[in-house]
Unconditional design. Structure first.
Length: 149
């Protein structure tokens, strides 16, 4: 999958999470973002914002999560001296758990697969053709039986 195909897939995921049914990938993505921002505004009118903490271990997923928050007008942050893996978001809990996080997971899965495919291809072509995982060795050796008395 090339970058253009990945971008189209990410737009489709966003449109799916927003319930957009219009034709055209870019238009669908734009409408999806608008619908999600409208949903956020609606939820803010019904329930209070809460601050939730997310721990995102690698820089790719963290960048994706921060960008997704910003796309919907949220301001991700971390407190002074917190680890770079920590991202805090203030928004209604229903939005964070029911919209933001599920969409992030779907986008992250697609991005992870793409990065894995690229890594496999580059390693296979430049280093060695076998990119399978290392073989699992034998289990631990059993303790010798003790002689009882």
């Amino acid at each position: 999958m090339d970058e253009t195909a990945l971008q189209e897939k990410l737009r489709k995921i966003e449109a799916l999470h927003a319930g957009t049914t219009s034709d055209g990938e870019r238009e669908a993505a734009r409408l999806a973002a608008e619908r999600i921002r409208a949903r956020l505004a609606e939820l803010r009118g019904r329930e209070p914002d809460v601050e939730l903490v997310y721990t995102l271990g690698d820089p790719w997923t963290r960048k994706l999560f921060v960008a997704l928050c910003r796309r919907y007008g949220l301001k991700p942050f971390r407190r002074y001296r917190q680890r770079y893996t920590t991202v805090r978001v203030v928004a209604p809990e229903t939005f964070q758990h029911g919209v933001l996080w599920p969409e992030f997971v779907a986008l992250s899965d697609a991005l992870e697969k793409h990065l894995s495919d690229i890594t496999d291809r580059v390693v296979r072509e430049a280093i060695h053709g076998d990119v399978s995982e290392a073989a699992e060795g034998d289990g631990p050796k059993a303790l010798p039986e003790s002689s009882s008395g």
